[in-house]
Ligand binder design. Structure first.
Ligand code: GLA
Length: 714
C-alpha cells in the first residue's frame, strides 16, 4: 500500500499518531500518565487503527524503573531517567527536575505540533513534526518556552530523540575527518553506552559531519534497512547514539550541551535546529538517494527551480595572493576558451591582503592591484560570457587591519585572556548586532556596486576563547547560538536583496557543510584537498548525505597533495562527478591540456543534469578493491553515466565487469564510450544485460579512468 493520502493520521481513542511517507512511517502515542512515547519507526504502515495504545510498563527493579523502558519522544531530565535527555534546565531556585506531559496538539496538512508542559510549572515545549510524503523524510524540532514567572537556564536543548525498533546488533555509520581529509566513512557496531559525534568548534567542523545512518548489521549498498538523519545546524552540534541496557537504541541530537547555558527570561523562547530523518529499505544507497532528492527539492534555495551549477574557474591555486587585474584577465580569457561559465577571483583582492597576515576585515578593493576598482575585470569576465564570483571571508579579522585598529572589541574574546590566532586571524563576534549589521552592509555594498553573481564565503578557523563580555556573565554563552542565527540572518537578507546572487559555503574546505547552511547556499567547497585519488573517498563519504549538485569539485595541477600525479583525464573524471570546476594554473597548461579540458567540459555540460539532478548508484567503493565506479541515472531515466577509476593494476588482471543499476530491464540503451576503453562493442545494450552481465572496461596500469554514457533509445 502506498503512503496514505493523509500523511498524518490521529486516533483520538488511543491518542496515537501515525506519520507516513512514501518510504516510512513513524508513530507515537500519549500514555495514561500523559508522557508522549514513540511506538514505531520503519517501513510504511497505512492503518493507524493497528497501533496499540502506549501501554504502561512496570519497574523491573528499583534500579530499572519503567521510565527507562518507555521510549519517550522528548524526555526532560527529571524523575528516574538516566539516558541522554532531550531537555535539561536549571530554575532560578536551583530546581532541575523536569517531567514533560502532553497538553494539546494541532494538525494541519503535513504538520503536527504537540505541546508538552512540566508537571508543576509552565515550562513549555512544543514539538514540531513535518512530514514530506514524497521525499520519505520527517523533520523534528522543538520550541522551548518559559511561561513561568522566573528566568531559567537551559543546559541542554536537543531537537529530537529518535528511537529505533528495540533490539541489538545495530551498526552506526558516520562521517569523520580533518582538514583536507573530510567525510571519511566509519561503520561500527553499536554497543551499550554512548557514542557521540559533535562539534565544539563553533562551526559544523571537518571532524564530524552531522549525519548518521543505522542499520541492523546486515544492510549493504543496495539492500537492507537503514535509518538515517541529518541535523540542520552550523554551530556547536551533537548527536548522541546510545544503547540502553534494555536493548533500546536512541539517537538524540541538537545543540551541543558542552559549554551550553541559555537563559530564558519569562515569555522568551528557544527554537532548536531541525533534525531531518528517514528510513530506506534499499540500503545505504537508497538512504542517500532519498536525502539527495530531498536536499535538492526542499532544502536548497529555489529547490527544483534553481539552475544547475555552472562550470567555474577559481584562481586560488594559480595565483594565491598575487592577484592583479592583468593576471586575472589573462586567466579569464583562458578559462572562457575552455567553456568555463563562472570566473571566481579568490583571496588577495582587498585591503593589504598580500599574504595571510593582513587585510581580513578591510573589504575594499586594493588600489594597487585594481586601480579602477573591480569593474574593468568584471566587464572583461562578463564580456567573455562568464559570470563573476568573488571570495570573501566576512567573519574574520587580522590584527593587522584597519577594522581591528578601530574595533578591537569586535572579536570574540575573554577580557584579559589571550586572543588565540589561527592562520593569523580572529573571529568577529557576529552575535553582536552592530557587528552583524557591519558585515551585512559590507557584503550588500559589494553586491550592489558590482555585477557579482557569486560569493565564495570562506571561514578559515575554529572558535577559541568564546567570550562575549558585553552580554554579561549570565548570558554570554548564548554566543554559540546567537552567532549562528546572525550568520544565517546575514545570508538570508543578502539573498533577499540580491535574488540572483549565489553563495558557496567554504570553511577551509568542508568545515561548514550541513542542512542548515544548505538552506541558504547553492554549493559547498568539499575539501581543500583536490588530489583526485584522495577525492574519490572524500566524495564517497560526502555522497552519503549530500547530493552531487552541491559538491564543488575542481581539477587542479599535479603533483598535488601526497606528492601524487594523476593524469589530467583522471582528474577531470573525478571532478565531473560533482559540480565541476577548474582550479589549475592555466598559464602553465600545454595546448594538449587545454584541448582535453575543452573536450571534458563540453562532455560535462551534456551530462550535467544527469550528474547534478539524477540518482546516484555507488557501484564499486574506493574503500574496496582497486576499481571505483559510480553511476548517475537521470530523473527521467533517459540518460545514465558511469564513471570508473582504476587505482593500480596488478598481475595484468582485467578490471571486473561493472554491473549497472537503476535502468529499465526491457529498455535498450545506446552505449557511448568517451575513449577507447570500453570493450563491449555492441552499439546498443539492454538494461537487463547492463545490470546483470555488466560493462567491461579496459582499465590498465595506474590511475586509469573512463566514462560511459548511456542514452535510452526505446
Ligand atoms: C581557504 C579555502 C581555499 C582558499 C583559501 C584562500 O583555505 O578553502 O579554497 O580560498 O582559503 O585564503
Amino acid at each position: 500500500m502506498a503512503a496514505s493520502a493523509q500523511s498524518i493520521q490521529y486516533v483520538e481513542a488511543r491518542k496515537t499518531w501515525l506519520l507516513t511517507t512514501h518510504d516510512s512511517s513513524y508513530a507515537m502515542a500519549v500514555g495514561a500518565d500523559g508522557a508522549l512515547r514513540n511506538l514505531y519507526w520503519g517501513a510504511p504502515l497505512w492503518r493507524a487503527d493497528d497501533l496499540p495504545a502506549a501501554a504502561p510498563r512496570r519497574d523491573v527493579s528499583s534500579f530499572d524503573p519503567r521510565q527507562m523502558l518507555e521510549n519517550e519522544e522528548f524526555p526532560g531530565w527529571g524523575g528516574p531517567r538516566y539516558y541522554e535527555p532531550a531537555l535539561k534546565i536549571t530554575r532560578e531556585d536551583g530546581g532541575r527536575d523536569l517531567v514533560l506531559r502532553y497538553v494539546s496538539h494541532r494538525m494541519q496538512n503535513n504538520e503536527l505540533d504537540i505541546s508538552l508542559k512540566d508537571i508543576n510549572d509552565p515550562v513549555e515545549v512544543v514539538l514540531h513534526y513535518r512530514v514530506y510524503p514524497e521525499n520519505g523524510i520527517i523533520v523534528r524540532s522543538a520550541t522551548i518556552r518559559n511561561a513561568t514567572a522566573h528566568a531559567f537556564t537551559i543546559n541542554s536543548a536537543q531537537s529530537a530523540t529518535w528511537n529505533l525498533p528495540p533490539g541489538e546488533g545495530y551498526r552506526l555509520t558516520y562521517l569523520s575527518g580533518r582538514w583536507a581529509a573530510e567525510t571519511q566513512i566509519n561503520r561500527e557496531p553499536i554497543h551499550e553506552g554512548q557514542k557521540v559525534i559533535e562539534s565544539r568548534k563553533g562551526h559544523t567542523s571537518h571532524n564530524f559531519n552531522p549525519w548518521f545512518a543505522i542499520d541492523p548489521g546486515d544492510a549493504g549498498e543496495e539492500h537492507g534497512r537503514v535509518w538515517f538523519g541529518a541535523l540542520a545546524w552550523s554551530g556547536n552540534w551533537r548527536i548522541t547514539v546510545e544503547q540502553t541496557p534494555y536493548r533500546q537504541v536512541r539517537v538524540t541530537g541538537g545543540m551541543n550541551s558542552f559549554d551550553f547555558a541559555y537563559r530564558l527570561q519569562p515569555g522568551e523562547t528557544l527554537d532548536t535546529p531541525q533534525f531531518f530523518a528517514g528510513f530506506s529499505a534499499d540500503g545505504f544507497g537508497g538512504a542517500s538517494r532519498l536525502l539527495h532528492r530531498f536536499v535538492r527539492e526542499k532544502i536548497l534555495p529555489g529547490g527544483l527551480t534553481s539552475r544547475t551549477r555552472a562550470v567555474l574557474y577559481n584562481s586560488w591555486e594559480a595565483t594565491t595572493f598575487n592577484v592583479t587585474q592583468a593576471g586575472q584577465q589573462a586567466l579569464a580569457e583562458k578559462a572562457a576558451k575552455l567553456g568555463v561559465e563562472l570566473f571566481v577571483m579568490d583571496d588577495g583582492w582587498f585591503g593589504k591582503r598580500n599574504n595571510d597576515r593582513a587585510g581580513l576585515g578591510d573589504w575594499f578593493v586594493n588600489p594597487q592591484k585594481f586601480p579602477q576598482g573591480l569593474k574593468p575585470l568584471i566587464d572583461t569576465v562578463n564580456g567573455l560570457n562568464m559570470d563573476f564570483g568573488l571570495w570573501v571571508e566576512p567573519e574574520m579579522i587580522n590584527a593587522d587591519s584597519d577594522l581591528y585598529r578601530v574595533h578591537p572589541d569586535w572579536v570574540i574574546n575573554f577580557p584579559g585572556r589571550p586572543r588565540s590566532e589561527l592562520r593569523n586571524q580572529m573571529i568577529l563576534n557576529l552575535a553582536r548586532d552592530d557587528v552583524k549589521e557591519y558585515i551585512f552592509g559590507v557584503l550588500d555594498k559589494l553586491a550592489s556596486e558590482n555585477n557579482i553573481r557569486y560569493f565564495k564565503w570562506d571561514m578559515n578557523r575554529s572558535f577559541t576563547e568564546p567570550g562575549w563580555p558585553e552580554a554579561g556573565a549570565a548570558d554570554e554563552q548564548k554566543l554559540w547560538v546567537a552567532y549562528v542565527r546572525n550568520l544565517y540572518d546575514i545570508i538570508d537578507r543578502l539573498r533577499a536583496r540580491h535574488p540572483k546572487l549565489e553563495i558557496e559555503s567554504c570553511s577551509g574546505g568542508g568545515g561548514r557543510v550541513d542542512l542548515g547552511i544548505l538552506q541558504r547556499v547553492d554549493e559547498v567547497w568539499t575539501s581543500d584537498n583536490t588530489e583526485a585519488f584522495d577525492r574519490l573517498r572524500i566524495q564517497e563519504g560526502f555522497s552519503q548525505a549530500y547530493p552531487a549538485k552541491i559538491m564543488s569539485a575542481w581539477v587542479t595541477d599535479v603533483p598535488n597533495q601526497n606528492g601524487r600525479s594523476t593524469p589530467l583525464a583522471y582528474r577531470f573524471l573525478v571532478a565531473m562527478q560533482g559540480a565541476l570546476g577548474v582550479g589549475a594554473n592555466l598559464n602553465k597548461w600545454t595546448d594538449a591540456d587545454s584541448a582535453l579540458a575543452t573536450k571534458m567540459i563540453a562532455l560535462y555540460k551534456r551530462i550535467r543534469p544527469t550528474v547534478q539532478l539524477g540518482d546516484l548508484y555507488r557501484l564499486l567503493s574506493p574503500r574496496e578493491g582497486d576499481v571505483t565506479a559510480n553511476q548517475y541515472v537521470a530523473a527521467d531515466g533517459k540518460q545514465s553515466v558511469v564513471f570508473a577509476f582504476r587505482h593500480s593494476q596488478e598481475y595484468n588482471t582485467a578490471a571486473p565487469a561493472i554491473r549497472l543499476r537503476g535502468l529499465e530491464e526491457k529498455a535498450l540503451y545506446k552505449v557511448e564510450a568517451i575513449d577507447n576503453k570500453l570493450m563491449d562493442r555492441q552499439p546498443q545494450l539492454s538494461g537487463a544485460y547492463l545490470m546483470r552481465a555488466g560493462l567491461n572496461l579496459n582499465l590498465r596500469g595506474d590511475f586509469d579512468s573512463t566514462a560511459v554514457i548511456l542514452e535510452r533509445v526505446q
